[in-house]
Design a binder for this molecule. Structure first.
Ligand code: ADP
Ligand code: MG
Length: 262
């Protein structure tokens, strides 16, 4: 899950889609990989004791930091550890990647909440996954930033999907999506199929303040219903053609390895 701009609703979408997928009997793992603002745990009402930083420092095994959330989803809390990932030695990185591939084994969906913008960090996660959902709002600033991200990711051959959040009316979301899709098609020759439109809904903010996930506690709210539709679409979709989870970790290892070695 990626966005050009911050605050567009990426984390709320990761959290609620994960829960909606889990309720469809899918095994879901979430990695909170937002460099600046790892806050998936907060939206789930969880208080992790440890996060990736203990793993990076060798104080904990990855399996020990994974926590179970509502509906049986599992979360790898990033915390400040996400920043430290970039500073690992090759050997540390290999070890972590082996551990990550072990804990994600057998999961049907592995969702990664990344930072906003086009950093190497985001590009490498998305390129390794081979697939990314671009989240944007209909606002021109968000659309411009989303276009920049589409440009960066499409160059890496990442399969992209579009999710428009906070649409004021159905037409508003559809129009924004069509504009962005047309621009990507015209200037980048890239198709960005629409995964869904989530309406502006005050209940989202309420659920955040209560730290009670929207799809579980406000299932009949308009935003929850839209996210359930997206989950239906994802749950019914064939698996990504990019070679499965094992391939993901190999690619991530290569991509991480390609930056300045220490
Ligand atoms: N569909 C929506 N309707 C209304 N408010 C929303 C919606 N989606 C997100 N928000 C608001 O935007 C804030 C930021 O969302 P968040 O998921 O943290 O964004 P990001 O992870 O992209 O920075 C939330 O706290 C919530 O109040
Ligand atoms: Mg976020």
């Amino acid at each position: 899950m990626a966005s050009g701009k911050g605050g567009v609703g990426k984390t709320n979408i990761v959290v609620n889609l994960s829960l909606a997928l889990a309720r469809r009997r899918k095994r879901v793992m979430v990695l909170d990989a937002d460099l600046g603002l790892a806050n998936v745990d907060i939206l789930l009402g969880l208080v992790p004791r440890w996060d990736l930083s203990q793993v990076v420092r060798g104080e904990k095994e990855l399996g020990e930091i994974v926590i179970e959330g509502p509906a049986g989803i599992r979360l790898i809390p990033g915390g400040s550890g996400v920043q430290e990932l970039a500073e690992m030695t090759n050997q540390q990185r290999e070890g972590l990647i082996r551990a990550l591939s072990r804990v994600t084994e057998g999961t049907d969906f592995f969702l990664i909440d990344t930072s906003a913008g086009i950093s190497r960090h985001v590009l490498s996660f998305a390129a390794a996954a081979g697939e990314a959902v671009i989240v944007t709002t209909p606002e021109p600033t968000a659309l411009t930033d989303a276009y920049g991200l589409i440009k960066g990711l499409s160059r890496l051959g990442v399969r992209l999907h579009l999710l428009v959040n906070r649409a004021l009316a159905p037409g508003d979301g559809r129009e924004a999506a069509a504009r962005l899709q047309a621009t990507a098609r015209r200037f980048l020759a890239v198709e960005v199929p629409l995964l869904g439109i989530v309406p502006e809904d005050r209940t989202v903010g309420l659920a955040v303040r209560e730290q009670r996930p929207l799809v579980l506690h406000y299932p009949s709210s308009p935003a929850a219903r839209a996210l359930e539709e997206v989950a239906d679409r994802l749950a019914g979709a064939p698996p990504s053609p990019t070679g499965g989870r094992g391939g993901f970790w190999q690619r991530l290892s290569l991509l991480w390895g390609n930056r300045g070695k220490r």
